[in-house]
Design a protein around this ligand. Sequence first.
Ligand code: GLU
Length: 416
Amino acid sequence: MSSSQTFFQEILSTLEIANRHLKLPTAVYERLRVPRRSLIVSVPVQMDDGSVNYYTGYRVQYDFARGPAKGGIRYHPKVNHDEITALAALMTWKCGVVDIPFGGAKGGVACDPTIMSKGEIERLTRRFTYELGLIIGPESDIPAPDVYTDEQVMAWMMDTYSMMKGYSVPGVVTGKPICLGGSLGRNKATSSGLVTTVLEALKHLGMRIDGLTVTVLGFGKVGFHAAKILQDLGAKIIGVSDSKGAIYNPQGLDIDAVAAHKAKADTVQGFKDAENLTNEELLTIEVDVLIPAALEGQINLTNVNRIKTKILAEGANNPVTLEADEVLKANGVFLLPGILANAGGVVVSYFEWVQDLQRFFWNENEIDARLTTIMTKAFKEVLDIAQEKKVDMRTAATVLGVKRVADAVITRGLYP
Ligand code: GLU
């Protein structure tokens, strides 16, 4: 994160840059600079030792002019209102970039799930869902997984909401287990979509996938699947990292073997066919594609100058600070911004929601094909704007996403 601006202020700065090209009517621009609705709740949780802890939970619905608010729920000690608002704004632009009929939202609870038992996480989830019951629903706001939440958390959310209603409501959350109305392909959707944008970028830059060198920062769901798909396509994953450290092998890592090692050791470090590095050391290794897939602000002024990559594909939401962005631009790095590159997750969330509402499920080939079509189109539209307006890819993606939201806001008009 930059030292001078909060995360949300950074998002507003990006919006301001986009608006230099969009020139929106002042009233509309001002509308898009504030969240439509924020709910802050206190979540009491009975801990395993019988005591009660109070956690603060948030849900920000940034805008829903284009359809129900949509976005993930994260459990992390650093969750706060500014961060959730920023991420909700990004979700709004993201749904605009890939042109799916959703507004944007984000939610989270400030807690450390890594030190909580499964029972404590379940009780936290159920009470948080109950508190959010005022504003979520398949027609109004549909949560999904994000940092440190998974399909089990979504199952508890779906169950709690359904108990409150008195009947099953699968469409209230996406990213659910398949047996509860989850969608095939949702688990790796963010990564598949990211790989589609990388392949399009390679075509645009005249590069080839065979022997392409890649490093992945963050070996969670998004990082693992991205590494795996790219490896299957012929790329060489030479480095990966997690919160505890990094590993490096210039000949390429066997991603399944790294995952098996991480499952036992709880870190990628110590993998037998690689050298241990610090996360900062890994950043200095020269590669063709760098994929930050952990938290926001991971690439900032302290480390950006050491990065030597041709393409940077944001698997995480805003892993690059605004100031670091300028350095990457000056160094000629081709950026695939998160609101484009990681939109595959919410695209398949959209498919899941449609399937739940229709009670009619699609096969994996249909899902993959539809996802690829949407991601390829979005990449092309963003690149066209970047070339036509002579702007970087982040500005171009923001211009596209915000324009779609603004068009809806303008066409709906002001109530009353
Ligand atoms: N948390 C994911 C994101 O940031 C997915 C959101 C969703 O599927 O609603 O895009």
